[in-house]
Structures are given as structure tokens and as C-alpha cells.
Design a binder for this molecule. Structure first.
Ligand code: FAD
Length: 324
């Protein structure tokens, strides 16, 4: 008999990903509706110290799988541990972030368990006793509500910045279960190459994103977006046209073939609003568009539109925000 809702608590270098706390919020509501326990799973080296935060954000029980061999993420190591725990304890659902790591891990865990996986979900609720996942289809033009009644545990990944984390309750207690994690035959990372180190927030986790398109006209011109981003504490994104033109690296691309983002505020500068771009940022809470073409498609999805030359508008915004 399947029991409990599980959240995979993603961490990197001892820092929990914000999306894991958001999923704990949704998991808490689901567990309460079902009358089930909400469990979090921590995997890594010396990660037990994060259990307190997970308890404050709603976990009733935290499984901690620590091992030197788990210091760095590997698909085979982490999936062995998570799938092994799921086989032993039989949860109803395993919820993960739709992050680079979460996507990789969820697919392998679902395959190991021979179960179903709902990806890139934006919501989860209970209907007639069934767990129902909401996920966008057709590049965000429609939403499907999916249930997998036979699949146990059902696995699902959730888009960052869409769900709401619960208010933390300082001092809230939870049971911590240290598990014996000894993954076998795992590949080891022998060298990690860090391509870019930025002091700005990670694109998929940022609350504010300033994004540039072909209208930026050159890589150097992205400086004005960086200046605005730094005043706002924002990340910088780009359209595929800007990336293809060499104005920005692919790691900054937002859209169907880039990253999916859901910030509180998305400022699109010199971006026309092609469907493939909207697929990656359409779920942003507030969209501001700056474009000199009043007919640009981006204005159809924008909450606020500025028709004008971005080379005048963006520095003006930076100057004004600096005064606040
Ligand atoms: P454009 O469409 O050329 O728009 C530039 C805009 O800048 C125009 O609206 C113009 O009015 C405005 N502008 C110019 N100068 C100024 C100025 N001085 N001030 C203000 N405004 C100005 N695209 C993505 O973004 N992400 C993806 O992941 C992605 N994946 C794709 C996958 C596939 C399979 C395909 C076929 C396409 C994909 N695309 C993707 C490409 C997409 O179709 C568009 O070509 C692209 O998004 C256009 O980028 P853009 O808006 O920057 O450029």
C-alpha cells in the first residue's frame, strides 16, 4: 500500500534550491488533503544540516542519504539511492524540481521504478481522491490536467517559481531518518568545468529577469541590460535570435529550446514575442515589453508595454530605479 508524499530536496554545495521549498508547499497541501505524511529526501555528502530548513518548510520526515561518493550529482548514483528508498518505503508520489538535475534524475528514477512521470508541471491538486497534475502543452497555449491512477509512485517535476512555498515555521520539528546509502558502480566526476561564474541570480530561479532580443543589435549593447539587472537584482536572459547572432551565450536563452522561466517580473527588450520565446516565459507573473513596433506580438502577452527605442528607455529605467 503506497504511503506518503515525497519531495526530492535538491541542493548544490549545501544550498537548497528554492524550487524544492516551493514543492514542499504544494506537497504539504496535498499531504494534508490525503491525510498522509510529507517526506523530503536529501542526498549528498554532509547534507543533514539542511533537514531543519525542510522541517520549517513543512516536511514531517526527512530521509538523509549521505555518502562521500554522493558529493557530486551523478545520474546513476542519485537514482539508485532515490529509487532504492522508494522501493523500500513505497511512497504515493515523488515530486522534484523541473531543473537540469531534476529532469535528469526524475526520468531515471521513473524508469528504475517502472512508473509514470509528469514533467514540467505548474500545479497539483486532488480530485475525487486522485492526484491531478497540471502541465502546459502546445508551447503554453493550453493546459492539460493529467492523472496516472495506476502508476505508484507517480513521479512529477515542477517548474520553478510557479508554486508557493509555505511560510517557514521556525523551530518546527520533524523526524530525521539517516539511511545507509551505498550506491554501487557509479561514475565519478573527475573534472568539473565551470563555464561562467555570475554574481547574478540563476536564470530559472530569478524573481526578476531582464531579457534582450535581436533588437539589442550587438553583444556590447547587452551592457545596458546588465546595468538595469544589477539595479534590480535580476538575471539577464536572451531570445534565440540574440543567442544565434552571438550577442549572448546559449545558457541565457529563454524559450522552447532554451530555459523555461517563471519570474515575478520579466522585462523583454527588443523581443518580438515569437511563440517559441513565449513558451519559455509565458508563465511569468508580470511581463513588461519594450519594443519600438506597436504591432509586436509581445504586447499581446505583456501586462505593461512601452512603445519606444530600448536604447533610450532602458537607461532611463536604470536611472529611475537607482533613485529608489
Ligand atoms: P525578432 O523577431 O527579430 O524581433 C526583434 C524585435 O526587436 C522586433 O520586434 C523589433 O521591433 C524590436 N526592436 C528592434 N530594435 C529595437 C529598438 N531599438 N528598440 C525597441 N525594440 C526594437 N526563440 C527564442 O527566443 N527561444 C527559443 O527557445 C526558441 N526556440 C525555437 C525553436 C524552434 C524549433 C524554432 C523554429 C524557433 C525557435 N525560436 C526560439 C526562434 C523564434 O521563432 C524567433 O525567431 C525568435 O524568438 C526571435 O527573436 P527576437 O524576438 O529577439 O527577434
Amino acid at each position: 500500500m503506497a504511503k506518503g508524499i515525497w519531495v526530492y530536496a535538491e541542493q548544490k554545495n549545501g544550498q537548497l534550491k528554492k524550487v524544492s521549498l516551493e514543492i514542499l508547499g504544494a506537497g504539504r497541501r496535498l499531504a494534508d488533503q490525503l491525510g498522509e505524511e510529507l517526506c523530503a529526501v536529501l542526498i549528498g555528502k554532509e547534507v543533514a544540516g539542511l533537514a531543519g530548513t525542510l522541517a520549517e518548510y513543512g516536511a514531517d520526515k526527512i530521509y538523509v542519504a549521505e555518502n562521500d561518493a554522493l558529493e557530486n550529482y551523478t545520474n546513476d548514483g542519485y537514482s539508485q539511492v532515490l529509487a532504492g528508498l522508494a522501493e523500500e518505503y513505497q511512497p504515493m508520489a515523488i515530486l522534484l524540481g523541473y531543473t537540469v538535475l531534476g529532469r535528469d534524475l526524475a526520468a531515471r528514477v521513473a524508469q528504475r521504478l517502472g512508473t509514470g512521470l509528469c514533467t514540467d508541471c505548474t500545479g497539483v491538486d486532488l480530485e475525487d481522491g486522485q492526484i491531478i497534475f497540471t502541465r502546459p502543452i502546445y508551447a503554453g497555449k493550453a493546459f492539460v490536467r493529467a492523472a496516472c491512477p495506476e502508476a505508484r509512485p507517480i513521479c512529477a517535476t515542477f517548474r520553478p517559481n510557479v508554486l508557493t512555498a509555505a511560510q517557514p515555521q521556525p523551530g518546527r520539528a520533524a523526524e530525521v531518518v539517516m539511511v545507509d546509502a551505498r550506491p554501487k558502480d557509479i561514475r565519478q566526476i573527475i573534472k568539473e568545468v565551470v563555464c561562467q561564474v555570475s554574481s547574478r541570480p540563476e536564470l530559472t530561479e530569478a524573481d526578476i529577469i531582464v531579457s534582450g532580443g535581436r533588437g539589442m543589435k550587438s553583444a556590447e549593447n547587452f551592457k545596458i541590460l546588465e546595468e538595469l539587472a544589477d539595479v534590480l537584482g535580476a538575471a539577464v536572459g536572451a531570445s534565440r535570435a540574440a543567442v544565434d547572432a552571438g550577442y549572448a551565450p546559449h545558457s541565457m536563452q529563454v524559450g522552447q529550446t532554451g530555459k523555461t522561466v517563471s519570474p515575478v517580473l520579466y522585462i523583454a527588450c527588443g523581443i518580438s514575442g515569437a511563440i517559441q520565446h513565449l513558451a519559455g516565459m509565458g508563465s511569468s507573473k508580470v511581463i513588461v515589453a519594450i519594443n519600438k513596433d506597436p504591432e509586436a506580438n509581445i504586447f499581446k502577452v505583456a501586462d505593461y508595454g512601452i512603445v519606444g527605442d530600448l536604447f533610450e528607455v532602458v537607461p532611463l529605467l536604470t536611472r529611475e530605479f537607482k533613485k529608489l
